[in-house]
Design a protein around this ligand. Structure first.
Ligand SMILES: *Cc1c(COP(=O)(O)O)cnc(C)c1O
Length: 421
């Protein structure tokens, strides 16, 4: 499928008069339409709720839009809980799916009365010393082995640090029932960025069967099954996108097959999607500032891996459109690089693109999730601004760019040069 930017060259030329490149920009209209489609796909389930994975795009303005669409937050750290609180999300509008959890994080989660998802059996006694168990608690499940779809290995839960074994799940439920917990959730995240409509239905079937077993063996009331994240997006133009309606229907079928015959037809479905909610609705916009002709052809731009890390660390593909040259032939081959002193700082390698001239704007697609949020300050590079393209066409600054003063702020303890240590 052809990948189309949600802004034009003319719009970018207007934006840079106020906000210079590089910047991340998000598309409010796309975010809202997609959120509504997700809700529609799971409308058959009375208790359905999406908890947006905050780590994907931890910006309160984005979370506010999602909140208006009825979406909560999935947090895994103290700061993410604080952001969610600032957005006005309360109590059970927030899931806390953390691991290796610090004491302070559990304390805050308990104080905010969010739904806590325990990653491990040993967390129960640890938590017991920190706060009271609530009426509703959740446990994260790790079935081990390989996770396959049509005998193709999608991921390897046996190598994943998350979750508990089935026996530990039973023990955890029994422990918490003694502590007065009434409602239980099951959570699992078994494969990431799946571009197949079969992931959620397959996962759901595993979790529903586990729910039945846990209920039968412990007597616990299973209130919800949390399918977590993992529904992916087509980063490459030749990939077939997921159809969320088909996915919702597949989960419904598993629900009818497994839970309904057991009389467990009050189980709510929760999701914690990040990438699917925001990925395609954010882009990194950068300007070509340098060219270099050595053993290969290079275009250097004003963004770098510090603004979008996925290509550098995962070798991930991000489609690039040269704005204003959408219809020109891709008859040049480039490496598109940033300025880090790291040779993996390349947004694209051997990419066929139209001829790029200095000053052209490059639109790096699908940077809306796990993009800005993974940014870092290596080489003293500063984080960019984040902008929001409103539905009415206005552009709003939703996070200012970092300054050198921000970079130095944590070093503010005394005059330099240092005297004696
Ligand atoms: C990262 C994460 C998610 C979101 O994953 P996506 O691939 O962005 O959908 C959801 N839940 C938990 C616990 C996570 O760690």
């Amino acid at each position: 499928m052809e990948k189309k930017p949600f802004i034009t060259k003319e719009q970018v030329e207007e934006i840079v008069k106020t906000y210079p490149t590089p910047f991340h920009i998000y598309d409010e209209k796309g975010i809202r339409e997609n959120a509504r489609k997700l809700k529609q796909a799971f409308a058959w389930n009375k208790g359905f709720k999406e908890y947006f994975a905050v780590k994907a795009t931890p910006n309160p303005y984005i979370m506010q839009i999602l909140k208006e669409e009825g979406i909560g937050a999935d947090c895994s750290s103290y700061a993410e809980l604080v952001i969610s609180d600032k957005v006005g999300l309360k109590g059970h509008e927030i899931m806390f799916s953390s691991n290796v959890t610090p004491k302070e994080d559990f304390e805050l989660a308990a104080k905010m009365d969010v739904i806590i998802n325990f990653d491990d059996l040993t967390h129960l006694e640890y938590y017991d010393k920190i706060a009271d168990f609530k009426e509703t608690m959740c446990c994260r499940y790790n079935p081990g082995g390989d996770f396959t779809i049509n005998s193709q290995i999608m991921d390897t839960p046996s190598d994943a640090k998350y979750g508990m074994t089935k026996e530990q799940m039973k023990e955890a439920y029994r422990y918490m029932m003694k502590k007065g917990v009434k409602n239980f959730g099951i959570h699992a995240f078994l494969a990431s960025n799946t571009v197949t409509n079969e992931y959620y239905p397959k996962l759901a079937r595993i979790l529903f069967e586990t729910a039945v077993e846990l209920h039968k063996e412990t007597g616990a009331h299973i209130a919800f099954v949390n399918l977590s994240g993992g529904v992916g997006i087509p980063y490459r133009p030749d990939q077939e996108p997921n159809d969320i309606m088909v996915i919702g229907e597949g989960v419904r079928k598993a629900y009818e097959d497994v839970l309904v015959p057991e009389g467990m037809d009050d189980v709510a479905i929760y999701t914690e999607l990040g990438r699917f909610m925001l990925g395609p609705y954010g882009a990194l916009v950068t300007q070509a500032t340098h060219e270099k002709h050595i053993h290969k052809e290079y275009i250097g731009c004003d963004a770098c891996a510090a603004n979008l890390m996925r290509p550098a660390i995962y070798g991930a593909y991000h489609h690039i459109t040269v704005l204003g040259k959408e219809n020109e032939p891709c008859d040049h081959m480039y490496d598109i690089t940033g300025g880090l002193c790291e040779n993996n700082d390349k947004f694209a390698v051997d990419r066929k693109l139209p001829k790029i001239d200095i000053g052209d704007y490059l639109y790096i697609h699908d940077a809306g999730a796990h993009g800005f949020s993974m940014g870092y300050n290596y080489n003293g590079k500063l984080r960019s601004a984040e902008l929001l393209l409103r539905e009415n066409g206005e552009v709003k600054l939703i996070r200012r760019a970092e300054t050198v003063e921000d970079y130095l702020a944590t070093l503010d303890f005394g005059p330099f040069p240092m005297e004696k240590m």
